[in-house]
Design a protein around this ligand. Structure first.
Ligand SMILES: [Fe+2]
Length: 125
C-alpha cells in the first residue's frame, strides 16, 4: 500500500513505500515490519495528531497534552496528506511537537506522526 511505513528490527532503518510493487520489504537480510497506524491512545501520553485549519494552512499538533520532546523520547516527524500532496516536517528534541503546513483548505486532510518510542500514529481533521 502506497504510504506504508516499514521498520527494520535489526538496524532501525525506517522507509516509506512510494509505489507498491508487490514484493516484500526487506533490510539486514530479513523482512521489515509494517508499522500500524495507531489511532487511539490508552496510555497517559497522547500521540494522536490533531489537524486544525488555521489561516493559510493546517496546524498539526501531537497530543492533547503536548508530547515530550526529550533526547531519548520525541516526535521525529509530522506529516500532512491533503489535496493529493504529502508534506513532512522533521523535528528535533527541544522543539514543540507541532508543525504548520501551508496550503488551501481541502476535505481530506490526514496527519501522521512518528514517535521514536511509541511508533506511528494517525489523526484526521
Ligand atoms: Fe511517545
Amino acid at each position: 500500500m502506497t504510504g506504508a511505513v516499514y521498520r527494520c528490527a535489526k538496524c532501525g532503518n525506517i522507509v516509506e513505500l512510494l509505489h507498491a510493487g508487490g514484493g516484500t520489504m526487506g533490510c539486514c537480510g530479513e523482512p521489515m515490519s509494517l508499522l500500524e497506524e495507531q489511532t487511539a491512545d490508552s496510555s497517559l501520553e497522547k500521540h494522536v495528531p490533531t489537524v486544525e485549519r488555521v489561516e493559510g494552512g493546517y496546524l498539526v499538533k501531537v497530543g492533547s497534552v503536548p508530547h515530550p520532546m526529550l533526547e531519548n523520547h520525541y516526535v521525529e516527524w509530522i506529516e500532512l496528506s491533503a489535496g493529493g500532496r504529502r508534506c513532512r516536517s522533521f523535528l528535533a528534541p527541544g522543539q514543540a511537537p507541532e508543525a504548520f503546513f501551508p496550503g488551501p483548505e481541502v476535505q481530506d486532510a490526514v496527519a501522521r506522526e512518528y514517535c521514536n518510542i511509541h511508533s506511528l500514529w494517525k489523526g484526521v481533521k
